[in-house]
Design a protein around this ligand. Structure first.
Ligand SMILES: [Zn+2]
Length: 519
């Protein structure tokens, strides 16, 4: 037995259970008054009895387990659990036990959130007579078709139905954070690996967790805890120089700070968009299938689309002048029929979502003639397809973030796509047969990427299948890092306003500010 050094406790000693039983025996002897002598026996020095004990111990160790006579239970605590395949595990404390505990806790929380969804569903639909009864009838029929629903599946169903109800403005489950984390198919596995990664700074992880749990110390939150008089955006106030007029200033929410709608943040928001898109285009270009012949135009942000157009072979197939003419014609006829309303409607829709990325209403003219051109155009020479590519980086607090981003992109490039289609239709000879496809990528600011849509897009663009997952992971990481860069820009601007270090801060707000800008 190894007794290294003078220790006063057996805590953490691997032989604690053996030594305890020896100590107990000696105590019994001492209590009964028996004389007890301790004799130090030098190990491995030819002491016959010690050598014999050693040999016996060694040969016992070689025996198969059923011959072992040591039957006393260890006193160390053991843990039992069943894994997802219902296999029972029993071990002492280990990493596996820890993970099983965390998983169990998470499952409990998930069930709690889903139960709340069921509760909310009852409140919302049972009480409103007709529609409630109808929905119950619906639900019971599906229930009968697929056995009786367990509470988890029932909860999911309730959650989804509540989320699809237009008038429902609260979380369908317990909190917005639960709602965000329970959303399926949105690459949460990579959000998890980013939060666990050793390469990501703790402060970065903390800010991401604050955003997810709706406790990021932006103006609205500070107002909520009573540290600020108004929830309005300080940066916007400063920009507009109307300090006391809080009515016109948008609320300083995380979504606002992550949007170009906050003038002071615009530059870093655009930078974040470009950085994510640059990564994605790079990955698409690098990992193409061998037979693919894809040409990208539009990498150079400073040049106009019509200039870039003339530098590729496509100009002889779909002449730019024709596209321009068609666009002008479309704009004219849209004006007549009032079709331009599409864009406004989408913008209003977004306005309801607490100022999520609201861009200035550019006229279609500007859209088509250069400034608001798509992020890129990819020419698929093999299949005669012209892909108009758009990337939207948008707040993903609500589950509709992707649909909204997509409809905004569609409205934005409507005239361009329709003009291209028309010109392609009218092409003759070997220029015939070109198709136009609008491909929209939407990335949530907090790392949401819809797996199915994303993979479909990459497939369209001829990206090898084996690379699609790692490209998606990379995009999630880019999005999370971009979100953090934008938040840091916010802190920098907020502290710049006062021009003092946070150490001299006296109020809650400045203390929070200091904690977060202190990297
Ligand atoms: Zn602002």
């Amino acid at each position: 037995m190894d007794r290294s050094g003078p220790k006063t406790t057996l805590a953490g000693d691997p032989n604690a259970d053996l030594v305890t039983s020896i100590v107990e025996r000696m105590r019994a002897r001492v209590l009964k008054g028996a004389r007890t002598f301790m004799v130090k026996v030098k190990a491995h020095r030819g002491e016959p009895l010690n050598e014999k004990a050693d040999t016996k111990a060694e040969s016992a160790r070689q025996l198969p387990s059923e011959h072992r006579q040591w039957t006393t239970r260890t006193q160390a605590m053991t843990y039992e659990w069943r894994d997802k395949d219902d296999v029972k595990h029993v071990t002492a404390w280990s990493k596996a036990v820890r993970n099983a505990m965390l998983r169990g806790g998470a499952e409990y929380q998930r069930q709690k959130a889903l139960n709340r969804a069921a509760h909310n569903w009852n409140k919302a639909f049972l009480l409103s007579t007709n529609s409630g009864l109808q929905r119950i009838r619906q639900a019971t029929t599906t229930g009968a078709q697929s056995d009786l629903m367990d509470s988890t599946r029932w909860g999911w169903k309730c959650m989804h139905q509540l989320q699809e109800t237009d008038s429902w403005k609260q979380p369908a489950t317990t909190t917005w954070a639960a709602e965000f984390l329970l959303r399926e198919g949105e690459s949460r596995e990579f959000l998890g690996s980013w939060l666990h990664s050793n390469d990501v700074h703790e402060a970065k992880k903390r800010r991401a967790k604050q955003v997810i749990s709706c406790s990021f110390p932006c103006g609205k939150w500070l107002h909520m805890i009573g540290a600020r008089k108004s929830p309005g955006c300080e940066l916007c106030k400063r920009e507009r120089k109307t300090e006391l007029d809080a009515t016109n200033v948008p609320a300083e929410t995380v979504a606002h700070l992550q949007s170009a709608g906050c003038k002071a943040q615009k530059k870093s928001v655009i930078g974040a968009h470009n950085r994510c898109w640059k990564y994605l285009v790079g990955a698409i270009i690098t990992h193409g299938e061998a037979k693919r012949d894809l040409e990208f135009i539009g990498g150079d942000k400073d040049r106009q689309l019509n200039q870039l157009w003339t530098e590729t072979r496509i100009v002889s197939i779909l002449p730019w002048e024709d596209i321009e003419d068609e666009a002008e014609r479309l704009l004219e006829s849209d004006k007549g029929t009032g079709q331009t309303a599409t864009d406004t409607r989408v913008d209003q829709d977004l306005g309801n979502d607490q100022g999520v990325e609201r861009e200035e209403t550019d006229s279609y003219n500007e859209v088509i003639f250069g400034r608001r051109r798509p992020d890129s155009i990819a020419i698929d020479w093999n299949n005669k397809i012209l892909h108009v590519l758009e990337f939207k980086r948008t707040s993903d607090q609500r589950h509709t973030y992707r649909e909204r981003g997509e409809s905004r992109a569609r409205a934005q490039h409507d005239v361009l796509v329709r003009s291209l289609e028309k010109v392609a239709e009218e092409a003759t000879g070997e220029n015939k047969g070109w198709k136009i496809k609008l491909i929209i990528f939407v990335g949530g600011t907090c790392g949401s990427v819809h797996t199915q849509t994303f993979n479909n897009n990459l497939k369209e663009l001829g990206v090898v299948e084996s690379k699609r997952n790692s490209i998606r992971k990379g995009l999630v990481y880019e999005l999370l890092n971009a979100q953090d860069t934008v938040l840091c820009s916010y802190f920098a601007q907020r502290s710049g306003e006062r021009g003092t270090s946070w150490r001299g801060a006296g109020n809650v707000e400045e203390v929070f500010q200091g904690l977060d800008s202190f990297i």
